[in-house]
Each structure stands twice: as C-alpha cells, then as structure tokens.
Write a protein that binds this ligand. Structure first.
Ligand SMILES: *Cc1c(COP(=O)(O)O)cnc(C)c1O
Length: 408
C-alpha cells in the first residue's frame, strides 16, 4: 500500500512538473513563482495538483474574505450567470442598483461608481479630485500622498504610490503627486499649496508593511482638508470590507473622508472595485468617467452577496476577535525569536524579524503547508480570510514556530 502511495505521488509530481515546464514559457514573465500549481480552494485552504494542502493566511492577497469557494459566492455567480451576465454600461441593471444602495446605506457615502480593480477605483478617485479642483479650486490638480503607500499599477496610481523602488520605473510618471512621510503633520502642512486638490492615503498601509495612520494625524488632516476646501481620499482597497475590525477603517477615526475606494475584499475573489463619495462630489459630466465592465451584473451580484454576508454575519467583529487572538499568539513567540513591533488591526497584521530572512521564512512555511507574505525582507504580514478560527491560528502558529526554529 505504501509503495502504491509513493508511486501515485511520483506520477502526480511528474504531472505537475510537466504541466509547468510545458506551458510556463507561454506566460509573459513578471515574477518568480514556486514550482506548484494551485487547483482547488475550500475555506481556509488551497490545494495544489499534488493534493497538498496549504493553510492560507494571505487569503488570495487580502481578497478572499469569505475563504475559498464559499457557497455564497458560487450560488450568486450561478444564479446571476443564468439571468444576465452583461447588459452594457449604458443601462441600469438590477444588482447594480441594489448593490449601490447597500453600500450607501452602510457607509457615510451617497454615491458609488463601480470598476474592476483597486487601481481603477483609485484612478477614478484621482480623476474626481482633479475634476473638483478644476471646478472649485481654480484648476488645482496636485494630490499629496504618502511615502511607502501603495495605490496600484496603472501609470497614474504608480505615480501616486510612494514606493522607493518604483521611483525610476516607467518614466516619465504622471505629474501632480507629492509624497510626504506618514504621520508627519508638519511635512504635510508644508506641502500644501494653492495647487493642492486632495490628500490621499491608506488608513493602514498594507503593502508598505502594515503602518497605521495615527488618530490625531487623521483628525488633523481632516480639519486641514475642511479649512482649505481640499478633498480627503481614503484608499480602503485593502482595509475595507471588515478587514480591520470595522466594516470600513475610516470608522476607527471618527471622521468622514470625501472619497473612499474599495476592491480586494469587496468581490471575495471576483474582480471588482468601487469608488464611494459624497453627494457634493456627484460632479462628473457625461463622458468624464466610465468603463465597459463598470457595474456589470455578474460582478454586482457577487459583490452584493459578499458584502451582505460580511454585514449579516458581522464578520468585521470576527476579524477583531481573531486578530486579537493572532496578536496574542504572536506575542507569546516574541522573546524567543526576538520578534519586534507585532502590530495590526483586525486581520491586517505584521511583525518585524530580527534579520532580513522574510523570504526564506515564507518559502519554508510554504513547504510546510502555510501561506504567509513578506512585503519587506524584514517583515512578515498576515491577512487571512475573515472566517479564520482560533484552531486555524493554532495550526498557523505551530508551523510558523517550526520554521522559526529552523531559520532564526
Ligand atoms: C492592492 C491595492 C491596490 C491595487 O489594487 P489592484 O486590484 O491590484 O489594482 C491599491 N491600493 C491598495 C491599498 C491596495 O492594497
């Protein structure tokens, strides 16, 4: 029996190796990937073509908020796919109207524009801020963003992004962005001019390594924006939809941004994004903004099912409870492995390593069946689905401990 098992496994490994080697050269190279092929997903787990299970603590990159392949999403896709997949952006459709209302009923915003990725939602926010500047601020167009921020991969959102390694990439960048350090109110004040139309930031920088904007900092920015008549844009692509322990991260600060963008969690794995704003910014004219797939019914039905589930099951509360449990468990490892700065809100969590072995740790965890992320060589980040349980965390900690023992 044992011999047969090993034989079967050998066949599977050959199958996987062939699958990769025979086809991978057709994929435009953009990144190095491990020699595995993901085939199935269920709840907290991914399964590869060899049947190996991986406990997923990055949740499809902070996307699969309900876990992998939940019935809620499957049912919504099948039901809507049988009814109407795409009607063209020139018509209203039923789930578009209902989903927009669901989002405005559950936030401080009045109006929604739908698109397909976080970058696209942020592009929309940049356009809306420039439109506002043109209309109300004498043509002001500059947007202040943060160093270490991440806003996307289109040219304008790359230009908005404050990533050092992107500084010389795809020059010339889109003009009109100034970068200042997060939580430095003097630097921010000094960068405001008559050309400024908006300040854009992530309430907690995700890709930058889980760096939180201080409460006083956000309160001060909010006041400055009101004083100068400039817009406050929250990029909640990663922090929105329950991730940080509230439905939206702005709720932690007791302020209301003028614009908020959402993606990642909003589709639970289906590509979808949204820009939300106030009635006073309902200022686009016909032709100013659009998109072939904007508010297409299939995506709308999925998004509505996901957001309804997060709200009905209060998954943002689970995010807070489980996040605290993860923090507690990580803090128990702190002294032994010299971990530093264990931080996070809800299920957006990171810690610093005593050395730059992030990639090595992530690779070894993967080998042991655990998916983690290292956004910087010295940082490990966790962003599991909002359905994570204490048992999942205990399993994660067991594997992580084993790997830290091997590595540090
Ligand atoms: C992921 C992310 C984006 C980009 O979203 P895409 O869907 O990859 O275009 C923008 N902003 C933040 C904060 C993100 O985390």
């Amino acid at each position: 029996m044992k011999g047969v098992d090993i034989f079967m496994k050998q066949i599977n490994i050959n199958y996987t190796n062939n699958l990769i080697s025979q086809n991978k050269n057709s994929i435009l190279f953009t990144t190095n990937r491990p020699n595995i092929v993901m085939e199935h997903g269920k709840g907290m787990y991914l399964l590869d073509t060899e049947g190996k299970c991986y406990l997923d603590f990055i949740g499809g990159w902070a996307v699969n908020c309900l876990g992998h392949c939940p019935d809620i999403i499957n049912d919504a896709i099948i039901k809507q796919a049988k009814t109407l997949i795409n009607a063209s952006p020139s018509f209203y459709n039923k789930p578009m109207l209902q989903f927009a209302k669901l989002l405005t009923d559950n936030s401080c915003f009045d109006r929604v524009f739908f698109s397909n990725s976080g970058s696209e939602a942020n592009e929309g926010a940049i356009k809306l801020a420039r439109k506002y500047g043109e209309k109300f601020l004498d043509g002001a167009y500059e947007i202040i963003t943060m160093i270490n921020s991440f806003h996307g991969r289109t040219l304008a959102t790359m230009s908005a992004t404050g990533k050092k390694v992107w500084e010389n990439l795809y020059e010339p960048k889109v003009p009109g962005f100034k970068h200042v350090p997060l939580n430095d109110i003097d630097a921010l004040k000094a960068s405001i001019t008559s050309k400024t139309c908006a300040i854009m930031l992530e309430p907690i920088q995700g890709e930058g390594g889980v760096n939180k904007a201080d409460k006083v900092y956000i309160e001060t920015i909010s006041n400055i924006c009101k004083e100068h008549g400039i817009l406050l844009i929250f990029d909640e692509v990663q922090t929105g939809i329950g991730r940080t322990g509230k439905l939206f991260a702005y709720e932690h600060y007791g302020i209301e941004p003028d614009i908020m963008t959402l993606a990642k969690g909003i589709g639970g794995g289906y590509p979808l994004s949204a820009l939300l704003t106030k009635e006073k910014l309902n200022i686009f004219e016909p032709g100013d903004q659009g998109g072939t797939y904007s508010a297409q019914p299939l995506g709308m039905a999925v998004g509505m099912a996901v957001v309804e589930e997060v709200i009905n099951k209060k998954l943002f509360i689970n995010a807070e409870i489980q996040g605290n449990y993860i923090l507690k468990k990580l803090r128990e490892l702190k002294d032994k492995y010299k971990l530093k700065n264990i931080r996070g809100n809800g299920l957006l969590i990171a810690f610093d390593l005593p050395c730059d072995k992030g990639t090595e740790i992530v690779d070894k965890c993967l080998h042991e069946g655990l998916i983690l992320n290292s956004p910087r060589p010295s940082i490990i980040r966790l962003m599991p689905p909002l359905i994570v349980t204490e048992k999942d965390t205990d399993n994660m900690i067991n594997i992580l401990t084993k790997v830290l023992d091997l590595t540090l």
